[in-house]
Design a protein around this ligand. Sequence first.
Ligand code: ATP
Ligand code: MG
Length: 567
Amino acid sequence: MEEPEVKNEEAKGLNFVEQLVKEDLQAGKNGGRLNTRFPPEPNGYLHIGHAKASCMDFGVAEKFGGTCNLRFDDTNPVKEDVEYVDSIREDIHWLGFDWGDREYYASDYFPQLYDLAVRMIKEGKAYVDDQTSEQIAAQKGTPTEPGQNSPYRDRSVEENLDLFTRMNAGEFEEGSRVLRAKIDMASSNMHFRDPIMYRIIKTPHHRTGTTWKVYPMYDFAHGQSDYFEGVTHSICTLEFVPHRPLYEHFVKELADDSYCPRQIEFNRLNLTYTVMSKRKLLQLVKEGLVAGWDDPRMPTISGMRRRGYTPQSIRNFIDTIGYTKYEALNSVSLLEHAVRDDLNRVATRVMAVVNPVKLVLTNYPEDMVETVEMDNNPEQEGAGTHSMPFSRELYIERDDFMENPPKKFFRLAPGQEVRLKGAYIIKCEEVVKDAEGNITELRCTYDPESRSGLPGASRKVKGTLHWVSAPHAVDAEVRLYDRLFEVENPAAETERDFREMLNPQSLVIAHAKLEPYAARLGEKAGEKMQFQRIGYFTPDYDTRPGALVFNRTIALKDSWEKAKAKA
Ligand code: ATP
Ligand code: MG
């Protein structure tokens, strides 16, 4: 057999899943076909963990020239909704993956699954159990003790068929009966102890309406759906390892030697300072603790997009952490590093003062306005420049001034000189305060010779500050986002409810002064900007001409790591 060609030339080595796939292809399994699937349940928005799974499912297919299906695993109408279907499609496309015309739904297979269940009943492999879920659970046993057989286990085929048909006709209440596989109540694998195949649900389904009153359980639906679709490699996360024998057991009802799907598991993505459970994320949304699934603090793809993360940075992060066979908790700092790294490449440099204080150059002519040319992006050749007005009245960052500075404070202080980036050297001569003692204005002088192109241009001072011209500045709301939780691993804290661990500083609203060019960019959704010396920002969906709103994607430096290092 020839070596399967690796289509992606950049791929440096294969991860363990790719290695297994390659071996199967080399062995000629499934006629040499490769078909994966990404199987989200449309019961919430995708989060970064799903991005990891998509990168795997679509990535392997791309690497070996196979295909990847998008399959909505829509077997529970109670929790599912078309809103989620639409958001999932959008998010996968945004990440850069495409499933072509291979968009499928587990609900498409309800007829075949039902037929298979009927066949299994006829073959004595399934039975209707009239017990409550509590009774069934009580008979399950423990990993070291066998379970007990249900009193309904040996019903006749006729009675089972009749009851199952009537379950689906809506004759019985939810929870009153289930269909179970007749396997082995003493199996050492708990999943083999007569697992439930079907339950009664009367909520209409978002695609099949009221056609069905019985719905298949994950274990009875997933492998079979893989089979019906021609999936060869069903890649999922480690919690499904104990389900694998059951996956294989059910799939054997359909498959033969020429084609049989195979389940392979990798480790989930868990991130520090957030939660990844869809149930908890839904709770945050429903209780209004965040502004929605796409709140920029959420670990969702849509939240990260709104916050200004790039798809490339997410994919780079996932490449960095890789795929293993053991669970881990990944540091969000790694993700943030990937975000900074990518934004540093693509973001347009502008000036904005987030917490402004007025600065007046007393020796600068009243009506004079000069223009300063600023680089749009020194990291990108050909990114060009834009001009920025300079005048007698400016704003600088309040934090860049200290009245009684410590020794190594190289920013502005009484009698101290700094350079205004791209412009002149200035010196602070006087501090003006209001009745409460708040600084309202800094009165400074400038050195007219110190601008680039003039004799004093090379004069060195220790600090360089960003600034904007006050009469030209445009106001904007800036939303300073930080980590959603204040503890590293909220999911591991058993004593407290996860909602008590939310970071009260995760959103701080500030009012900034922007240079005119930044304001123009701010009218455009999706624009990536660096507010120099502050961080990376992007216009929020709420931004409007005349009422600009920016999200801080990420600060320039990782203040959390610094704080931890100090502690
Ligand atoms: P649920 O609790 O609703 O089942 P889920 O997070 O497993 O939630 P699914 O929609 O079933 O969500 O997941 C779709 C795919 O994404 C599955 O293959 C699942 O294994 C994978 N996946 C889900 N969470 C993660 C994660 N944190 N890291 C990696 N893959 C994940
Ligand atoms: Mg799941």
